[in-house]
Design a protein around this ligand. Structure first.
Ligand SMILES: Cc1cc2nc3c(=O)[nH]c(=O)nc-3n(C[C@H](O)[C@H](O)[C@H](O)COP(=O)(O)OP(=O)(O)OC[C@H]3O[C@@H](n4cnc5c(N)ncnc54)[C@H](O)[C@@H]3O)c2cc1C
Ligand code: SF4
Length: 473
């Protein structure tokens, strides 16, 4: 156990964020880094609970009390080894995970939780800087070949583990660079793309073959891959966006959030210039429809592009400031989240339904909205319009951030005629096997859009199943 009285003596201390009036002028990471001494003190707050609810709530089963104890004692290397035992990419989750572990931390019942996420990223960054992390190619190759399609966190985790087991892995990606939504979705101010490159470089040195710019199902058929490889892992994500099909949808200036965000990622990496960016908020009034994390990422990006103003609207009610009786500890707290992007200057409204887009000369100039009221009847929510509440919100750029409905079905999934579940995600059995022999699937393409940590967990699970399958074949 860390310090037996640590949580009584030491208060939670976060690294904090770069000053607002500095960070909105660039796309670099917002979160700062705490010095090692303070970080070890933060680890001392962990009580090494008999039943560690942090561990219970972590999708990759991180051994949180164990590495907190090692971190407190200053044994950073041993802490890293325990961390890497369950998580291939703590440098991603340590930066952008919503940290359900902290919501479930026992201290969170009546005090502030342990800084688990920040401790995680501190351990892995120290491991990189001290050289504890080195390429470790497998000593023996099995002679089996695996194709992983899709290089997001699920595909990367599956490729990493399968390669470490000795199988020869080729990771295929349709985009110019690997990383999935980590690279073309999540803004650089949350996750620097150098962090992805560092990990991919390591994987390449360990023997993973990465082939980008290849759309499987188009440039190479899925059936060809099935002939050429001993097993296939599909990890193509869930990126078919939810649309808002109302009057005026055809007007110019209405875009999916992902188109907007990925273009800025490409500008940041020098793949295109700012002048060539066809969707920019510079000098515009921006309206983001959708109150979730993707919407929040649009807010921060629009502010950095120098929007005149940014408004974010959500049809659901404003979440409470504290947990409600039907959302107790240790479950994830469904409470109001104010992201760093919101702090940077955005007006937020809830209970607003979008009625129609308004435009002049084919360009959007605003949306008509009206207020709604939510009622809970027999455990189900229903919505009523509040009469007389119609109003206009001015906007000359509208970003649709209402989530994703299922994987892109055209191309690979149709070609292989894979069975889908009732949400139109890829259907798999308990071994992550699809309806086709030797074709497995993982990540958002199976679960629907979720989180990086869940995608990593799914990638780890599918790698184990593929390994078992290859050992039998
Ligand atoms: C804007 C945004 C912000 C987010 N922020 C967070 C966050 O802060 N924290 C968090 O935990 N989660 C966040 N998420 C969710 C998280 O990014 C996803 O849950 C996660 O990336 C899913 O991983 P995946 O590997 O299943 O799929 P993806 O990351 O979607 O990767 C799938 C990859 O497959 C490739 N592909 C698809 N079809 C083919 C094909 N036919 N051939 C070759 N390649 C193909 C795609 O190009 C893509 O690179 C965010 C998502 C978005 C959109
Ligand atoms: S629940 Fe919190 S205090 Fe308990 S072991 Fe986990 S991190 Fe430590």
């Amino acid at each position: 156990m860390a310090d037996i009285n640590g949580f009584l003596k030491i208060k939670r201390k976060e690294a904090g964020n770069r000053p607002l009036n500095e960070r909105i002028f660039d796309h670099s990471e917002v979160e700062q880094v705490l010095n090692s001494e303070d970080r070890m003190l933060q680890a001392s707050r962990c009580m090494d609970c008999g039943i560690p609810f942090c561990h219970w709530s972590c999708p990759v089963d991180n051994l949180i009390p164990e590495w907190n104890d090692l971190l407190y004692k200053g044994d950073w290397k041993a802490a890293y080894i325990r961390l890497a035992a369950t998580n291939n990419f703590p440098e991603f989750t340590g930066r952008i995970c919503p940290a359900s572990c902290e919501h479930a931390c026992v201290l969170n019942i009546n005090m502030e939780p342990v800084t688990i996420r920040e401790n995680e990223v501190a351990i892995v960054e120290k491991a990189f800087s001290e050289g504890y992390i080195k390429p470790e190619p497998p000593k023996i190759r099995t002679g089996k070949k695996v194709a992983v399609i899709g290089s997001g966190p699920a595909g990367m985790a599956a490729a990493d583990l399968l390669n470490k087991t000795g199988h020869l892995v080729t990771l295929f990606e349709k985009n110019e660079k690997a990383g999935g939504l980590l690279r073309y979705g999540i803004p650089d101010f949350k996750l620097s793309k150098a962090i992805i490159d560092r990990r991919l470089d390591l994987m390449i040195k360990e023997g993973v073959i990465i082939r980008t710019g290849i759309n499987i199902g188009k440039d190479i058929t899925g059936k060809e891959l099935i002939e050429q490889f001993d097993a296939i892992c599909i990890a193509v994500g869930s990126t078919h966006p939810r649309d808002l099909v109302i009057e005026g949808r055809e007007l110019n200036g209405i875009h999916y959030a992902m188109d907007f965000l990925s273009l800025q990622n490409r500008v940041n990496s020098g793949q295109i210039t700012g002048n060539d960016n066809p969707i920019t908020s510079a000098g515009k009034k921006v309206l983001v429809i959708g109150g979730g994390d993707t919407g929040s990422d649009c807010v921060g990006t629009a502010i950095r592009q120098k929007a005149v103003n940014v408004t974010q609207i959500e049809i659901m009610p404003k979440p409470p400031l504290t947990r409600t009786d039907d959302n107790p500890w240790p479950y994830y707290g469904k409470i109001l989240k104010t992201s760093t992007s919101h702090e940077e200057g955005c007006e937020r409204f809830w209970n607003l339904s979008t009625v129609k887009f308004i435009g002049t000369a084919n360009n959007v100039s605003g949306v008509e909205v009206e207020e709604v009221e939510w009622h809970k009847k027999e455990g189900r929510y229903s919505m009523d319009i509040v009469p007389g509440t119609r109003r206009k919100i001015d906007a000359d750029l509208v970003l649709l951030a209402m989530g994703f409905v299922h994987p892109v079905l055209d191309g690979l999934l149709s070609e292989l005629d894979l069975e889908l579940d009732h949400h139109r995600n890829i259907k798999v059995d308990q071994n992550q096997l699809t309806s086709r022999n030797k074709v497995f699937a993982a990540g958002d393409s199976v679960s629907g859009a979720t989180l990086v940590v869940n995608a990593i967990a799914s990638g780890r699970k599918v790698a184990n199943q593929i390994d078992k399958f290859l050992k039998k074949s």
